[in-house]
Design a protein around this ligand. Structure first.
Ligand code: NAD
Length: 321
């Protein structure tokens, strides 16, 4: 069995490798070569922790396994560890024997950023120039860094509920050599691509904040009850997702479907666009919306990729198990 410790991931995994892994697995999901198992998420009644498992099998990439982990709200204060903790376990699909144990914390941020990037590649207008960010927390920095590689963006505009956090994303824009401007939400209408990555339970982005022709990736809503955008925006947009079942139950589409504004059949898999079985954006004025809910197969795909990189560079720890 191979171990790739969390401390090695930053040196091994690239945004390009994460992008390729996630694009590949979204395509495999749409062609039914890969499927996610039902998610388990439990409040364990200890340390206010939420713990669970996300797993699946990708027959195309031969990745089988699960990500185990969750959220320990007191970690940083009590122990100096980050609050989100996860580990990926990969198994040999031919034998069921454990193949690898991989640190999953940084990988989660990279695979989530890769998901919105894949959506931008396949759904945003080619001539997109203004990148809009709603959110400036931990994930937002990864999201922006990856998104800026997808088009020739000339400007980043940003809004955050806690404005004091905006320097987090301003720094990323500066590193990429793109000017940054903090704006009121009303000015998000100027963006050609918007990423929302917040933990809100009440929508902050209203339908009128998004202009014609925009691609918006809604990445924060991954739980029942969370909501970043007004449900009527989904009725105005062509809606894509990683996995339809998650989109309508724990993603942004839970609200629009729940209110009867769209049907489950109006939510399309991004993988179908990658495979060419859905045409994707149909016009320069269409609003496309990607509801990124986060699936276990993304975790397995990036973990399998990082195991290969770790073996090649000689840092995978081999244990007799
Ligand atoms: P974080 O705590 O670092 O940042 C939270 C962000 O939400 C900040 O920008 C904060 O200002 C904003 N926010 C908090 N309360 C708000 C409110 N009431 N209204 C508007 N904005 C508010 O968290 P993070 O690690 O960056 O995660 C952000 C979100 O992304 C979380 O909801 C998390 O569960 C989700 N997430 C999704 C995926 C996925 O695959 N889709 C993966 C990882 C995280």
């Amino acid at each position: 069995m191979l171990i790739v410790p969390e401390r090695e991931i930053a040196n091994l995994m690239t945004r390009e490798a994460a992008f390729d892994a996630v694009e590949g697995v979204f395509a495999a999901m749409a062609s039914k070569d890969a499927y996610n198992f039902p998610v388990i998420r439990e409040a364990i009644g200890h340390e206010d922790a939420l713990y669970g498992f996300k797993g699946g099998f990708d027959r195309a990439g031969m990745a089988l396994g699960l990500k185990a982990g969750g959220y320990w709200p007191n970690n940083m204060e009590k122990h100096g560890h980050i609050n989100h903790q996860s580990t990926v376990f990969l198994f040999d699909p031919d034998t069921g024997m454990v193949r690898a144990m991989v640190g999953g914390n940084l990988l989660t941020a990279l695979r989530t950023a890769a998901a919105s990037s894949v959506s931008i590649k396949h759904l945003a207008r080619e001539d997109a120039k203004v990148m809009g960010m709603v959110g400036a927390g931990h994930q937002a920095t990864f999201q922006l860094r990856a998104a800026l590689e997808q088009r020739d963006f000339e400007k980043v505009i940003g809004w955050n509920y806690h404005p004091e956090m905006l320097p987090n994303i301003e720094k990323v824009a500066a590193e990429a050599g793109v000017p940054f401007e903090p704006v009121p939400l009303e000015r998000m209408v100027e963006a050609d691509v918007v990423i929302s990555i917040t933990s809100t339970f009440a929508p902050t982005i209203m339908a009128e904040h998004i202009g014609a022709g925009t691609h918006i990736a809604c990445m924060g809503t991954d739980t029942k009850g969370k909501q970043e955008v007004e449900a009527s925006l989904l009725a105005r947009a062509t809606v894509f997702t990683d996995e339809v079942a998650q989109s309508v139950s724990i993603g942004e589409a839970q609200h629009a479907v729940g209110e009867g504004l769209i049907a489950e059949s109006d939510v399309h898999q991004l993988g179908a666009v990658i495979n060419g079985t859905h045409a994707g954006r149909a016009s320069a004025s269409e609003i496309t919306l990607f509801d990124g809910t986060g699936v276990g197969l993304q975790d397995l795909a990036v973990a399998a990729s990082v195991v290969d990189l770790a073996v090649k560079s000689g840092v995978a720890i081999e244990v007799d198990f």
